[in-house]
Design a protein around this ligand. Sequence first.
Ligand SMILES: Nc1ncnc2c1ncn2[C@@H]1O[C@H](COP(=O)(O)OP(=O)(O)O)[C@@H](O)[C@H]1O
Ligand SMILES: O=P(O)(O)OC[C@H]1O[C@](O)(COP(=O)(O)O)[C@@H](O)[C@@H]1O
Ligand SMILES: [Mg+2]
Length: 480
Amino acid sequence: MSAFAIGLPLKVDKQPHKWSRNLCCTAATPNSNLRKPRPVTPPNVKGGGLPPFKLHVAPHLRDYLQAVQQYPSPLLRTRRHNTFVQPADIILRDISLNVDQTPTQLDAFLKAGPRRNVYHANGVRAAVVSCGGICPGINTVIKEITLCLFRYGASKVFGVRHGYRGFYNSHWQELTEESVVGLNKMGGSVLGSSRGGFDLERIVDAIETRRIDQVYVIGGDGTIMGCHKIFEEVVRRRLKTSVISIPKTIDNDIAVIDRSFGFETAVDEAQRAINAAYTEATSFPDCIALVKLMGRNSGFIACHAALASEEVDCCLIPEEEFVLHGSGGVLAYVEQKLNEKGHCVVVVAEGAGHIKDQGGDIGVHLMNETKKYFARKNREISLKYLDPTYQIRAIPTTTHDNILCILLAHAAVHGAYAGYTGFSSGLINSRNVFIPLEMLVGIQKKVDTMQSDWQRLRMSTGQPDWFFQEDDMSTDGAGV
Ligand SMILES: Nc1ncnc2c1ncn2[C@@H]1O[C@H](COP(=O)(O)OP(=O)(O)O)[C@@H](O)[C@H]1O
Ligand SMILES: O=P(O)(O)OC[C@H]1O[C@](O)(COP(=O)(O)O)[C@@H](O)[C@@H]1O
Ligand SMILES: [Mg+2]
């Protein structure tokens, strides 16, 4: 489906530091046939023109259904005209530039929001499903999709139970304006969720036989891969059905977007565990408190929670190699902290050291190795181990996260009504946009240990760069 994401040939001003005011690039706009790009001139800004950009346009029903009809938005009855998004409104992804370098194409996305014209008539039948692990905010997303759909005049909103398998395995639950009241106060997913059970043919059969016009899929990286397959099959069958993803992951590991909903809540909740760990650590002599947090492949929760708490001495994540033993290892560093201040707080993401991949548990391993290390030295320590992993994802959202859920849900519905499909709503530079699904498929976002978040954390905790100190691994045993 790469034809949908359009690379834009651009006229680039050859003069360094001066982008042409009249710089023009070709881009498919929402009203054009995507196979026939037409020129779009970025709006002028004071002091110069916008730099060249590459607009990632979401697929549209018109791309494969020639006869698809356009209607005035039902929202025109209740909204002022100037509150609608214009077809050429875009959001840039790259806002940090080095002006000494030749400008390159900047990634841009269609701004999310309601359009004046829609491609679904009154009486839409929609389905909503949530898949994968639970996460704070799923219920708010379900509630707001439902409410927004009814504002547009939808006739039926179905909740598919327990993830993808629910498309063909169980009865669908009807969602109404009344039934979603108060959902935002509840953790988990009112529809249930699941891993596994993805049967593409049966899922799209169910969508087709139940005459579903819009499918909303709430889920993480695995779910998005499934969602993209559903979209492709829907296109293959030439169904007039918009397929939309609302990215969900507590680990914040979805590419392109600023952050996923629920992440901030999880980081907040993790603070409570770290605070408890700190209180324990400072209440006993020579006390080490160890907190294990979620993050199998990406350590964002551990990194942000440790940074925010300012009470953590050491944070271990999957993205950074480390050694436990030896003079440059984690255990020697913990000992140094005990010597300096009598306590040490360690936060570890569950994927750190990659022993989870072999079925191990890094938290338990670290606890055991720490005990053995100090026993060998005949040093009495206290060790407190906290594992709040499930606790941090089973709660409702905090304020900002709840607003994010509302934005993402509404953006998804606006995009679907505007005829877009095969896209995800998402936040880029704090603005809601439509992201073609294919940009999210198969990529997992990781903490970049060369970038500011991690470097800031190291500056704050004072923990060393383990990688450059591993020459002493041999002194008292094996590494991780
Ligand atoms: N490559 C894939 N193709 C189709 N469906 C997938 C794929 N990977 C995962 N899924 C489905 O997505 C759902 C959720 O996936 P999972 O990886 O458990 O959670 P998450 O979406 O949160 O990453 C499951 O039903 C799973 O079968
Ligand atoms: O025990 P479960 O339900 O499989 O969930 C644990 C896993 O879910 C995660 O939180 C991520 O799941 P999601 O991507 O579905 O949000 C991982 O950090 C963790 O390994
Ligand atoms: Mg996943």
